[in-house]
Design a protein around this ligand. Structure first.
Ligand code: FAD
Ligand code: SF4
Ligand code: SF4
Length: 403
C-alpha cells in the first residue's frame, strides 16, 4: 500500500509527523544497564512478557515454566539482556524509521505495504491450523524456496507449556500449527540456534517477540555478537493477550484434564472462549479468561506485530464464524514480506479474496483501543501522567494517542 502515513489516519486521529527523537536520557538508559536493572525494572515489576530474549545469551537467565528466572547474579554494567528486552526503555520510533520505509508508517498499525484476506490453498493445508493456515503455509514456502534454512515455531508440551523449536522441513512447520495462548519463549530458541550452523532463520513471533527482534536488529551494544543478521524473516501474529500458565491451567482443570485439550479460540463479537477437547467443546465466559491474562500483557500497545515482515490474524468477514475462521487478515510490512506474499500468490500457495469494506478501519480502531488501554495502565502503574515506564512519551504515536 503506497501513499504514506496521511492516507491511513482513522477518524478522530489527526495528522502527526514522525518527528520524535531519541532523548539523551534514553540513550543513557539503553546503553548502561544490565541484569540487575532488568530484574528490578522488568521481572520484579511484572512487566516480563516471557519472550525469551534474555535467555541463552549467557548461563545466568533461564525460562522456567512461563517465568524468567535469574540463576546467578551478573555484574556487567551493560548487558544484552537489558538491551534486547522489549520492556526496557525503548525508542520505538527510531526503530520504526531504521527498519521500515518511512512512507509506510501509520499511527495505528505500524508500517503497511498492503492489507489482504487470504488462506492456505487446499483444505488439507488448513487442517492443523488455527485459522486459514497462512502462517504455516508462508513459513513452509520460505523454507522450500531457500529464503530461510531454519524456521522457529512454537512447540506444545504435555503440561500446557510451550517452547520455540527450530525445524528445517516444511512438514514440521505444518505439524506445529495452531495458537498456544500461553507464551512460548521463542526468542530464546533464536539465541540458541543463531550461534550454530543455521545461516538464514525465520521466526513466528508474537508482537512482543517481534519487538525484541527489532531491538536486536538495532545492534545496541557494539561488539557483542547476537547473530541477528541471520534473522531473515519474522512472521508476526496478531495478539490481544496471552495467559498466565498457572492461572489458566488451574481454571482449565476445573472443567477438564489438560491432556484432553486440543486447542482453543475466541470467536470475535462473543463474550465466550471455546476450549476444544477430545470429548467436545467447552465454552467458558470471557470474564473467567480475563482473570488469567498475564499481567505484562495489560501494558502492551501492539496488537498486530508491527515490527514483523508480515503479520497475520484471524479474519472478520460477513459470513458465519465457521467460514470466517478459515481465513486470515494479513498486513505486509517490508520488502521481504511483500516478496514472500507475491511468491505465495504466484505459486498458488495462498488463496486471496476481496477485503470487505470497513475491515481495515475496524482493525485500526481495535489497535488504537489496545494502545489507549495500555498507556492508561502504564500511567497508573508509574503514578505519573507522563511516565510510561518503558515507552517514550515523546514517541509520536504515543503522544497522539495520549493527547
Ligand atoms: C497468544 C496469542 C494471542 C492471539 N490473539 C489474537 C487476537 O486477539 N486476534 C487475532 O486476530 N489473532 C490473534 N492471534 C493469532 C491467531 O490465533 C492465529 O495465530 C492467526 O490468525 C494465524 O492463523 P493461522 O491459521 O495462519 O496460523 P497457523 O498456520 O496455525 O500457525 C500458527 C503459528 O503460530 C505459532 N504459535 C502458536 N502459538 C504461539 C505463541 N504463543 N508464540 C509464538 N508462536 C506461536 C505456531 O507454532 C505456528 O507456527 C493470537 C495468537 C496467539 C499465539
Ligand atoms: S527479555 Fe523477555 S523474557 Fe527476558 S525479562 Fe525481558 S520480557 Fe522477560
Ligand atoms: S499481549 Fe503483548 S505482551 Fe502479551 S503476549 Fe501478546 S504481544 Fe506479548
Amino acid at each position: 500500500m503506497q501513499g504514506g502515513y496521511e492516507d491511513l489516519i482513522i477518524v478522530g486521529i489527526n495528522q502527526v509527523g514522525f518527528k520524535g527523537r531519541r532523548s539523551k536520557e534514553m540513550d543513557n538508559q539503553v546503553q548502561s544497564r544490565g541484569q540487575k536493572e532488568l530484574q528490578e525494572q522488568v521481572i520484579n515489576a511484572h512487566l516480563c512478557v516471557g519472550c525469551g530474549a534474555c535467555a541463552y545469551l549467557c548461563p545466568y537467565q533461564v525460562i522456567y515454566k512461563d517465568q524468567t528466572i535469574v540463576l546467578h547474579d551478573c555484574d556487567l554494567a551493560e548487558g544484552r539482556c537489558y538491551a534486547f528486552c522489549p520492556r526496557t526503555s525503548t525508542d520505538y520510533d527510531a526503530i520504526r524509521k531504521a527498519l521500515f520505509d518511512e512512507e509506510d508508517l501509520t499511527l495505528e498499525l505500524g508500517p503497511i505495504k498492503g492489507f489482504y484476506i487470504v488462506r492456505a490453498a487446499g483444505e488439507v493445508n488448513r487442517a492443523n491450523a488455527q485459522h486459514g493456515g497462512t502462517v504455516s503455509a508462508l513459513m513452509a514456502l520460505a523454507l522450500e524456496e531457500g529464503l530461510i534454512d531454519a524456521a522457529i515455531v512454537a512447540e506444545g508440551e504435555d503440561n500446557f507449556l510451550h517452547h520455540g523449536i527450530a525445524v528445517t522441513e516444511p512438514i514440521d512447520i505444518k505439524k506445529r500449527g495452531k495458537s498456544k495462548f500461553i507464551v512460548s519463549p521463542t526468542v530464546a530458541e533464536f539465541n540458541k540456534i543463531a550461534a550454530g550452523d543455521a545461516k538464514k532463520i525465520g521466526v513466528v513471533a508474537t508482537p512482543c517477540q517481534a519487538q525484541a527482534f527489532a531491538k536486536m536488529r538495532m545492534k545496541p551494544i557494539a561488539g557483542k555478537e547476537s547473530h541477528i543478521d541471520k534473522l531473515q524473516l519474522v512472521i508476526g501474529l496478531f495478539c490481544g493477550w496471552a495467559l498466565s500458565w498457572r492461572k489458566f491451567t488451574d481454571l482449565l482443570r476445573r472443567s477438564t484434564s489438560l491432556e484432553s485439550i486440543t486447542g482453543m479460540d475466541k470467536p470475535p463479537g462473543t463474550q465466550t472462549v471455546e476450549i476444544f477437547t477430545t470429548n467436545g467443546t467447552i465454552i467458558l465466559p470471557v470474564d473467567d479468561i480475563n482473570t488469567c491474562i498475564r499481567e505484562a500483557c495489560h501494558y502492551c500497545i501492539d496488537s498486530t506485530a508491527e515490527f514483523s515482515d508480515i503479520s497475520v490474524g484471524s479474519a472478520r468477514l460477513p459470513e458465519s464464524w465457521e467460514e470466517t475462521k478459515t481465513w486470515n487478515q494479513v498486513i505486509v510490512r517490508s520488502e521481504r514480506g511483500q516478496t514472500l506474499l507475491e511468491l505465495a500468490r504466484s505459486k498458488n500457495v495462498l488463496e486471496f479474496r476481496d477485503v470487505p469494506e470497513g475491515n481495515f478501519d475496524e482493525l485500526k480502531k481495535a489497535a488504537v483501543e489496545k494502545k489507549k488501554g495500555a498507556i492508561e495502565r502504564l500511567r497508573e502503574k508509574s503514578g505519573q501522567p507522563n511516565d510510561l515506564i518503558y515507552l517514550d512519551e515523546n514517541d509520536p504515536v504515543i503522544k497522539k494517542i495520549m493527547g
